[in-house]
Structure formats: structure tokens, C-alpha cells
Design a binder for this molecule. Structure first.
Ligand SMILES: Nc1nc2c(ncn2[C@@H]2O[C@H](COP(=O)(O)O[C@H]3[C@@H](O)[C@H](n4cnc5c(=O)[nH]c(N)nc54)O[C@@H]3COP(=O)(O)O)[C@@H](O)[C@H]2O)c(=O)[nH]1
Length: 629
């Protein structure tokens, strides 16, 4: 997988983190400095208190020496201060006259002037401190004791403390830095994961829809600057849903990965491949020669997907419908160029899948026609523009009408006349209009059948068949509504047949099996329409509680030629499962002969009768018409 190997780390917050670390470092240094100053001041005031205590002790001990002006005794007392290493010098004064002195290694003597009021004095020099305490006898000041001490040991301790604080600060800073780095790495990883989630499809590792939008916008801008063209190929995998529903999502995901790999191997490294939805991929090709290149790329993709994919033990075949549009030829911005590719893809799907279509103007016209169709279809019910036609189904052996298929018809005033169901039913399905439309068809058909039954016209008729669309099979109200209608009209459930196409059944096998069981439990007849086109297997058929298979018209069309073997196989298989077989779209005598020989039970087609309004069918019922088969 190519486009996402390198996803740059986002610089979110890196500046913030750097400034925060700097601010934290500065705050730590300032705090360290303040602690050192505080420590120094605390030590200095402790020293001051110690010296003052010592001076008072010396003063108390010196009263006798002062009384008798005994300098020797005073010196002896001062000598006791030599035990204090910080004391440099001291003196005892009698009045203002020095009586005795102590000096360590020629240190200067205390210089504090004699206090006039006899109060304690002290003075801080740069590297020393001096204190002076008065000496009293009977509250009368007779002299004073002055001590000078060095501050150097204090400085040393303060420096030691500063060193320790600096190491602690640096250590804390380094630890914080390490933690922040680790946190940054974790944040960067989280950012990277977020980026991946936001821009990369986790199943295929291809850029996702978000990334595609960014890349397309960027590519179109570059194409504008360089005056080149860009092709957009929108790929929708045909029948991928069947794989997902029948083999499970894990297998579906593996298949998607293999498809992504194959696309990556097939296309040029400059082509941008993205997965933008369940089974939707998109390829941006630039620069494109807007006449030739998109076709070639589309053909290349279809060829590459033609080989089977091995997923676990399953050999899976995947085809794609590809819509191609070219910027700026078809559209002038990202949204429009995507819309054009989408319209082209829709045409490719309608072409019968495993095909590509390059967008052209007519398609846009068709797309707007489709929009008009949809808008009018929404009003068709209120405007009473819908009606039902009925097509007889003939029992091959007796030549009698055995059933009939109900087919919707739409005569649209705004669009100037009848619109074919082949055109409006798919639009109704895609737009959801099929739900109210299908409900109306069921109501009208059941009421009509009940009326005919009351007239005694359905004696020989086994079933009146109504088509169910994909949307209707998902409508949880469906069964309640059908049963309520049967109750209301009194039509026996066995007279109603519901036709579900094989393709719709296989779209969501498990949910549909549950629905089929409900239909069967209600006593309603069940038929699989368009059989042979929907990839079901014998194994599935056994699980479906059904009564009948309708061989798809495409096979009937080609009997006794290419479709012969398939038609025969379907008839044999259906009979082996005790199912009756209807051949639809029977148009020729030859087809009738072939299908009769093959054992087909019932036939329906223009050879016997076209779909007709209720009055005409009623006439046939009254007549009890027999067909020569
Ligand atoms: N969910 C619903 N689907 C409906 C409803 N009404 C119709 N349809 C589906 O629309 C498709 C087209 O229907 P229509 O144009 O009515 O075609 C039917 C027949 O007219 C046609 N047919 C019958 N015999 C022949 C024949 O000999 N030759 C020939 N070329 N065409 C023939 O086949 C259509 C019936 O097909 P099927 O249903 O598969 O039996 C069609 O898919 C309808 O099912 C609706 O109310 N709901």
C-alpha cells in the first residue's frame, strides 16, 4: 500500500511545549535562587543570634574584670572565644576604653563605635559581621563586649546549598524534559493514529473519503496551474454485497484488501487510489490526455479484476462498474467532476455491470430526466396516475389460465404519457417511493382478486402474483399490512403469490429467509423471480421455503439455443426440490415446444397474452379461455 507509508507528525503544540519547558526552567532557576538567598539570610541571622549570646556570656563573665579593670582576667575570658571558629576578633571595653582584646591571625578588631544609649548593636560587612553587647552591673553600664566574626563559612555553606539546589533543579528539569518528551511521543503517536483514522481506510490502508476529497482538490488546483487535465474513475464492485452477506464481513474485508492490492499493482504509482465507501473505490489519474487515457485505465482495471481472488478456500470473482469523468472538460470543480463520474458509473451499472462508461453530456440530460421522473413519481399516487395490468400464466398441460402476474403501469400527464415500469420501478426503488407504490399495488391487486373471487371467476386460478421490491422486503410493516388486507377482503392467502427476485433474496440472505418463513407461515404462495441471474446455489434453494421458480426471460429468449441447457437444468433442479416452474417472456411457438418438452409447468409471455387491464382479464376469466400449448 503506497499512499500512506509516510504520514508526517503533526507539529500540534510543539511550540507550546517548548515555551512551557522554558518557562518551567526559568521558574525552577528563580525558585532555586530565592531558596539560596533565603538559606544564606537564615544562616546569617542564626550566626548573629549566636554571636549576641556569646557576647552576653562574655559580658556576664567579665563584670569582675571590669570592676577591677583587670585586663589579664578580661583577656582570659575573651580567650574562650577561640573555640568558635567563625570568631575573628573581640574586645572588652571599659567605658569607651579598650580593656582586653582577642585576635585570630591578625584579623582586624571590631570597629563598631561605642553605643551611647547602651543598646545592642550589630553591623554586616561584605565578609564579616560585628556585634556589640553592653555589660551592666546593677543596671549601670560599665562597658561593652564586641565580637567580629567572618561570614566566609556562611558563604561556603550557601555556595554548597546553591550547588545542591542547582543540581536538584537541573535534575528535576531533566526529568521533566524526559517526561515531556515521552508525553510528546505519546501525543505524536495519538496524533498519528488520529490522522490515520481520519485519512486512511482501515480495511485496505488506502486513503479514505476525507483524504480523497483533499487529494482531489489539490490535484485539480495543480491541474489549473499546469493547464492539464485530471481523470476521475469511480469504481463500484458488482455484487460485492452478495459476498458480504453470504460469506460474512471478514471475507468481504479480505476481498476488499485483495482488490485494493490488485489495483495498486495494476495502476501507476502516480495514480491515486482511494476507497471512499463500502465497495466504492476511486482513482485520480493526472495529467490525463482527456481523449484516450481514462478509457485505457478503466479497461486495465476491468482486465485486472477479471482474474479470480482466492479468499481462504473461496475462489471469488469480482467485476466492477466504472464511471469516468475528466476535469475540466466535463466539470469545473471537485463536486461536479465527482457527480459526472457517478452518473457515468450509474450508466455502466445499467449497461449490465463489468463495464465502464465515460461521461458525456447526454448522461447529464438523462440524469436530469431521471430526477424529473422521480419528482413526478412521488406525485403519481395522489394524481391517480397508476394502474394495474394483469398478465395470464398458462398451465402448459391443460391450456388453462392458472395464474396471473400483476404489473404496475404509470401514465404520467407531466411527462406526456405512459412510462415503462422497467424505467420507473428502479427509480421508485432508489428513491424509496416503491414502499407506498408497492403498498398501493398490493392493496389494489388483493381487492381486485377478492372481487373476482366473489364473482366466482377465480375457480381455476391458483395464484395472483404480486412483485415485491428489495425495499419492501425490508419493510417490517409488510406482513402485517398484507395479512390485514387479506382479512379485510376475505381473499384466502393461498390465492396470493409474492414474487421476489433472486437478486433481492441474495442481497440479504438471512433476513430474507426469515421473511420467507413468515410469508409461508401465513399461507401465501412464494415464487423466485428472474431465477438464474442472482447467484444462488442449490444449498440456498434448499433453505428457502419457496413454492416456485420463474426462469428468467434472458434464458427463455435463447431456447432452444444457448439458454437450452440452463433452462433444462433449472427445470430439473426445481422439480427435484418439488418446486413448480414458470417460464417468463415466452414469445414463440418454438420456445413453447421446447419448454413443454423440458417439463416446464407454467408459461407466461406475449405468445399467450400481453399484460392487460383488469376489465380485459376479467373478460378472459369469464370466457374461461383455453390456450393451445
Ligand atoms: N416491484 C415491482 N416491480 C414491478 C411491478 N410492476 C412491474 N414491475 C417490474 O418492472 C419490470 C418491467 O415490467 P413490465 O414492463 O411490466 O414487464 C413485464 C412484462 O410486460 C414483461 N413480459 C411479459 N411477457 C413478455 C414477453 O413475452 N416478452 C417480453 N419482452 N416481455 C415480456 O416482463 C415483465 C415481467 O417480468 P417479471 O416481473 O420478471 O416476471 C419487471 O421486472 C417487473 O417485475 C410492481 O408492481 N412492483
Amino acid at each position: 500500500m503506497k499512499a500512506h507509508k509516510k504520514i508526517a507528525l503533526l507539529p500540534i503544540g510543539s511550540k507550546v511545549v517548548r515555551s512551557t519547558m522554558l518557562a518551567a526552567g526559568a521558574a525552577l532557576c528563580l525558585a532555586g535562587l530565592l531558596m539560596v538567598v533565603f538559606q544564606f539570610l537564615a544562616l546569617r541571622s542564626t550566626l548573629l543570634r549566636d554571636l549576641q549570646v556569646q557576647a552576653r556570656i562574655v559580658g556576664n563573665n567579665s563584670t569582675a574584670a571590669l570592676l577591677f579593670s583587670d585586663a589579664r582576667a578580661a583577656e582570659e575570658i575573651l580567650g574562650g572565644l577561640s573555640a568558635s571558629p567563625s570568631v575573628q576578633s573581640a574586645n572588652i571595653s571599659l567605658g569607651s576604653m579598650p580593656l582586653a582584646q582577642f585576635r585570630r591571625n591578625g584579623a582586624p578588631v571590631p570597629e563598631l563605635p561605642q553605643s551611647a544609649g547602651g543598646e545592642s548593636l550589630h553591623y554586616y560587612g561584605m565578609d564579616y559581621i560585628e556585634v556589640q553587647e553592653p555589660v551592666r552591673i546593677d543596671k549601670k553600664i560599665v562597658g561593652s563586649v564586641s565580637i567580629r566574626a567572618t561570614l566566609l563559612p556562611l558563604y561556603r555553606r550557601a555556595f554548597a546549598f546553591a550547588g545542591f539546589t542547582a543540581i536538584a533543579t537541573l535534575g528535576s528539569f531533566a526529568l521533566a524534559w524526559l517526561l515531556v518528551r515521552r508525553m510528546r511521543a505519546a501525543v505524536a503517536q495519538a496524533e498519528q493514529n488520529l490522522h490515520l483514522l481520519a485519512h486512511v481506510d482501515p480495511v485496505t490502508c488506502l486513503p479514505n473519503r476525507n483524504a480523497f476529497n483533499d487529494k482531489l482538490a489539490y490535484t485539480l488546483k495543480r491541474a489549473d496551474r499546469q493547464e492539464t487535465a485530471v481523470s476521475l474513475l469511480l469504481l463500484d464492485l458488482d455484487n460485492f454485497k452478495v459476498v458480504n452477506d453470504t460469506l460474512g464481513h471478514d471475507t468481504g474485508d479480505k476481498l476488499l484488501r485483495l482488490v485494493a492490492e490488485r489495483l495498486t499493482q495494476t495502476l501507476r504509482s502516480t495514480d491515486i487510489i482511494c476507497r471512499i465507501g463500502g465497495d466504492e473505490f476511486v482513482v485520480i489519474v493526472e495529467p490525463a490526455d482527456d481523449e484516450v487515457e481514462p478509457d485505457q485505465v478503466a479497461r486495465k482495471i476491468l482486465r485486472a479484476l477479471a482474474d479470480p481472488f482466492m479468499v481462504e478456500t473461496h475462489q471469488l470473482f469480482v467485476s466492477a462498474s466504472i464511471g469516468v469523468s475528466v476535469y475540466p472538460k466535463d466539470a469545473g470543480d471537485s463536486a461536479a467532476v465527482i457527480r459526472c463520474a457517478d452518473i457515468a458509473m450509474y450508466h455502466a451499472k445499467n449497461k449490465g455491470k463489468n463495464a465502464y462508461e465515460v461521461f458525456h453530456e447526454d448522461m447529464a440530460a438523462k440524469a436530469s430526466k431521471r430526477l424529473a421522473l422521480e419528482a413526478n413519481l412521488r406525485k403519481a399516487l395522489q394524481n391517480n396516475e397508476l394502474s394495474l395490468h394483469y398478465q395470464p400464466q398458462i398451465d402448459v398441460r391443460s391450456g388453462r389460465m392458472r395464474g396471473m402476474e400483476v404489473l404496475a403501469r404509470w401514465n404520467c400527464a407531466a411527462l406526456g404519457g405512459p412510462v415503462s415500469p422497467a424505467e420507473f420501478i428502479p427509480v421508485a426503488e432508489e428513491s424509496g417511493v416503491i414502499v407506498p407504490l408497492g403498498r398501493w399495488v398490493l392493496q389494489t391487486a388483493i381487492r381486485q382478486a377478492a372481487a373476482w373471487r366473489k364473482m366466482g371467476l377465480l375457480e381455476d386460478i391458483e395464484h395472483v402474483a404480486v412483485n415485491l421490491s428489495a425495499c419492501q422486503t425490508k419493510d417490517v410493516q409488510l406482513m402485517y399490512e398484507v395479512q390485514a388486507l387479506l382479512m379485510e377482503t376475505g381473499l384466502p392467502p393461498r390465492l396470493l403469490e409474492l414474487e421476489i427476485t433472486e437478486g433481492v433474496l441474495m442481497e440479504n440472505v438471512n433476513a430474507n429467509i426469515a421473511l420467507l418463513h413468515k410469508i409461508q407461515a401465513a399461507g401465501i404462495h412464494l415464487s423466485i423471480d428472474d431465477f438464474g441471474t442472482g447467484y444462488s446455489s442449490m444449498a440456498y434453494l434448499k433453505r428457502f421455503p419457496i413454492d416456485q421458480l420463474k426462469i428468467d426471460r434472458s434464458f427463455v429468449n435463447s431456447v432452444p439455443g444457448d439458454g437450452a441447457a440452463i433452462a433444462k437444468a433449472i427445470i430439473a433442479m426445481a422439480h427435484s426440490l418439488n418446486l413448480s416452474v414458470v417460464a417468463e417472456g415466452v414469445e414463440t411457438e418454438e420456445q413453447v415446444a421446447f419448454l413443454s418438452d423440458a417439463g416446464c409447468d407454467v408459461m407466461q409471455g406475449f405468445y399467450f397474452a400481453r399484460p392487460m387491464p383488469a376489465e380485459q382479464l376479467e373478460a378472459l376469466l369469464r370466457e374461461g379461455k383455453l390456450w393451445a400449448a
